[in-house]
Write a protein that binds this ligand. Structure first.
Ligand code: XMP
Length: 514
């Protein structure tokens, strides 16, 4: 395992992903972890991430020198690079020599471990206020920029390497190659980690964990729960039952897709609970977004727990496990932590007895979204499931601005289906992150159609591109595709006479409207 020491929220995850793209397994540890503990994990190599701090700031994260003396190969990036320089006796100046964004790096030692075979001049992505002006003793300077005399260095004998820039971002044109050089040449690792290994390992682990008891899994129709369920199904077969709650806020064809495609691909036992009336009843008269979300969440748990209870009353071994599609970013974001989590069911809600506890089965805990997709593909799930764009749990309920009613849902479902169809036909599904289609149910505008005046609702298209949904930009879709969607929606969906495009990034807008 390669450990990425996290000095600042956004960078470490991307680095861990890039390491895995190089087919070496990696995990993230917080910079607050003591060095002995890091070393006790027996890492094959260590990467120090960038971060928002300055090594000069009081209270900025530091590192014990012993990390560099344990014989483990280390690669410092940006803040990690400066920390390495400072800890080992180099000079880091707070000289006001700032560099942000694209910068040209001049490689001064083409035969170096990191840069061999890469161009003498390469674009790199910088983001720093401090700069290293002298490398520590024993280090060779391998690259510089106009502003920074020491932008890369290495001590090949001690297997210590560093770059001032961010090799993990796309804008650093040879960043992945440099990272691979560190992993393969510097640390001597082989690219042999695959999602195939993950399946084998997880199947064995799940069998061991579940034994001859039973498990249940809530399916949302999303990628994560589908892949988790398929993996557990592969491990324990009929000991698993999946529950799919149809809250009536699904998109067109969604429930049928889960019922048919998913079952066909996995052979899983599926209980579909049609709870649309219950949800619509609970949502009647409500237009506040937070209130809607709370109601949907609450009803969801109630229905799910009822289904659980029914399954447990069927004859058979104890239902002791709950399968969840938790991903690695979820684990990291909530502060990491290992060990088995035990969640106690909301016995006050679904009428479950006090003493029922579920142990969680989370086979995707180590994976990123794109890796989950690969696992899903390898498990034979169809593209319609594996390549699905994100869709919020509360569904179309938070894409109707205003009260949610059956009529409005039907209308939005039609508009959404048209938009999806045209985006797919134009081959744009992989280019965009997702495209919420929103109904402004409380807004009307005047239009003309045929010979008559109309007074209908607008539909908003919200196509966005994003890497992780934390930030997003609006997608520059081709005008002819937008035109086609607009024409079809206004022609085919009754009561809609206008289609508008949301051209707001996130921030300041969120992706969803509610
Ligand atoms: P926002 O609107 O916060 O959305 O920019 C970020 C991403 O999260 C999705 N989303 C949700 N997913 N339950 C979910 O499972 C939710 O309640 C929820 N709300 C937003 C949204 O589609 C986008 O991908």
């Amino acid at each position: 395992t390669v450990l990425v020491v996290d000095f600042g929220a956004q960078y470490a995850q991307l680095i861990a992903r890039r390491v895995r793209e190089a087919r070496v397994y990696s995990e993230i540890v917080p910079s607050s972890m003591p060095v002995e503990e890091i070393l006790a994990k027996n890492p094959a190599a260590i990467i120090l991430s960038g971060g928002p701090s300055s090594v000069y700031e009081p209270g900025a994260p530091t590192l014990d020198r012993s990390l560099f003396e344990a014989g483990v190969p280390v690669f410092g990036m940006c803040y990690g690079f400066q920390l390495m320089a400072q800890t080992l006796g180099g000079t880091v100046d707070n000289s006001g020599a700032r560099e942000y964004g694209r910068t040209e790096l001049a490689v001064s030692k083409p035969s170096s471990t990191l840069f061999e075979g890469t161009p003498a001049e390469q674009s790199v992505w910088m983001s720093h206020g401090d700069a290293c002006s002298a490398a520590p003793e024993g280090f060779t300077v391998t690259g510089s920029t106009d502003v920074v005399p020491v932008a890369a260095f290495e001590n090949d004998e001690k297997k210590l390497y560093g770059v001032q820039y961010h090799p993990e971002v796309m804008h650093s044109t040879h960043g992945q190659q440099v990272l691979e050089h560190f992993l393969y040449r510097g640390a001597g690792l082989s690219p042999d980690w695959t999602t195939g290994n993950v399946i084998e390992e997880q199947v064995a682990a799940i069998r061991e964990q579940v034994g001859d008891k039973r498990a249940i899994c809530g399916l949302s129709g999303g990628v994560d729960s589908a892949v988790a369920a398929a993996l557990v199904q592969k491990a324990i077969g009929s000991q698993l039952t999946c529950v799919y709650v149809d809250h009536g806020l699904m998109r067109k064809g969604e429930t049928e897709q889960v019922e048919k495609d998913f079952v066909a691909a996995t052979g899983v036992q599926l209980e579909v609970v049609d709870a649309s009336e219950r949800f619509l009843g609970a949502l009647a008269g409500v237009s506040d977004p937070e209130e809607k979300r709370k109601i949907i969440g609450r009803e969801f748990i109630r229905v799910f727990e009822q289904a659980q209870l029914e399954i447990m009353q069927e004859d058979g071994p104890e239902v002791a496990f709950l399968v969840q599609g938790t991903l690695y970013p979820d684990v990291v974001e909530s502060g990491g932590g290992t060990g088995t989590a035990n969640i106690k069911s909301h016995h006050n809600v679904g009428g479950l007895p006090d003493d029922i506890e579920f142990e969680l089965v989370e086979p995707l805990r180590q994976l990123f979204k794109d890796e989950v997709r690969m696992v899903g593909q390898e498990l034979g799930l169809p593209d319609e499931i594996v390549q699905r764009q994100p869709f919020p749990g509360p569904g179309l309920g938070i894409r109707i601005v205003g009260e949610v009613t059956k009529e409005r849902l039907d209308l939005l479902r039609e508009a959404d289906a048209i938009a999806r169809e045209e985006l797919t036909a134009a081959g744009l599904d992989r280019d965009i992150w997702q495209c919420p289609v929103v109904l402004l149910a409380d807004v009307r505008s005047v239009g003309v159609q045929g010979d008559g005046r109309t007074y209908g609702h607008p539909i908003v298209l919200r196509p966005v591109s994003s890497e992780d949904a934390m930030t997003a930009d609006w997608s520059r879709l081709p005008y002819d595709v937008l035109a086609k969607i607009s024409t079809r929606i206004t022609n085919e969906v009754a009561d809609v006479n206008r289609v508008v495009l949301d051209v707001t990034s996130k921030p300041p807008g969120t992706i969803e409207w509610e």
